[in-house]
Ligand binder design. Structure first.
Ligand code: MG
Ligand code: MG
Length: 259
């Protein structure tokens, strides 16, 4: 069942979304060669708690850290640790914050110093996929329109769209119905209604869409072919005024910008 949120609940989610967005901006500012992913994790936890939130990932199904840090061919769910960022890396930073009973979920992929034109192209297309998907988040559209927009754009330019991991509903729980594949057919699936809230997260690769899970930690998910992967995510509400990106910082009129 897809849980719809009231206007007041959306406003509460929005407050948490501002914390999530500010945390991601803070992390971006700390990304540089030599920084370990554990340092980023500590910065994030301290930041989230200082703003009155809790890091939703910590303890989630036993996850041992506050954020996910996934460099290069790692797609998502990387555990922060001793890995030291180096010039030319790309790294996905994924942040989930619980605030006033609601979760917001957002991710970005950051270049560490100078990166290759191929890597930059991957970041650009993945961001464009998220923007294209966001434009579909409006009443009357179908759930499949979101995945269609992502797949059409990415595959049209020769990139891979990860299929075994999905975008998802989000609200009182981090993962609510529905599951939203990042591929699909236009006009398929349930109709979108005001008050639905989704974490839309395209995961795009320079190679194939096949994945493999790290056997040792049980969390880290890599591209099976070792190609680079990028990942962007926003928590977005369906409203009568169009898509409302909840995970942007204050001062940005997200509805107008994305409508
Ligand atoms: Mg996330
Ligand atoms: Mg998510």
């Amino acid at each position: 069942m897809i849980v719809r949120k009231s206007r007041a609940e959306l406003e509460a989610m929005r407050e948490g979304g501002v914390i999530t967005a500010a945390c991601i901006r803070m992390l971006r500012e700390h990304v540089r060669p030599g920084v370990t992913t554990r340092e980023l994790d500590h910065l994030a936890e301290e930041f989230i708690r200082s703003r009155g939130g809790t890091p939703e990932f910590k303890g989630y199904q036993g996850f041992p850290a506050s954020i996910c840090t996934s460099p290069n061919d790692m797609i998502v769910h990387g555990i922060p640790g001793r890995y030291r960022l180096k010039e030319g890396d790309i790294i996905s930073l994924d942040v989930g914050v619980r605030y006033e009973g609601f979760v917001t979920d957002s991710a970005t992929t950051v270049a560490v110093g100078e990166i290759s034109p191929e890597a930059q192209g991957l970041l650009d297309v993945t961001q464009e996929c998220l923007e294209a998907a966001t434009r579909e988040v409006r009443p009357g559209n179908h759930l499949g329109d979101i995945g269609y927009a992502i797949q059409e754009l990415a595959e049209g330019r020769g990139y891979g769209v990860v299929r075994d991991l999905v975008s998802h509903g989000v609200g009182r729980e981090m993962h609510e119905d529905p599951q939203i594949p990042n591929y699909g057919r236009r006009g398929s699936g349930p109709r979108l209604l005001p008050g639905m809230t989704f974490a839309i997260e395209p995961m795009i690769t320079l190679g194939s869409y096949e994945i493999k899970i790290d056997e040792h930690d049980g969390w880290s998910i890599y591209t099976a072919d070792g190609s680079l992967a990028a990942h962007y995510e926003h928590t977005i509400a369906v409203t009568d005024d169009g898509p409302w990106i909840l995970t942007l910082e204050e001062g940005v009129d997200s509805r107008r910008k994305s409508a």
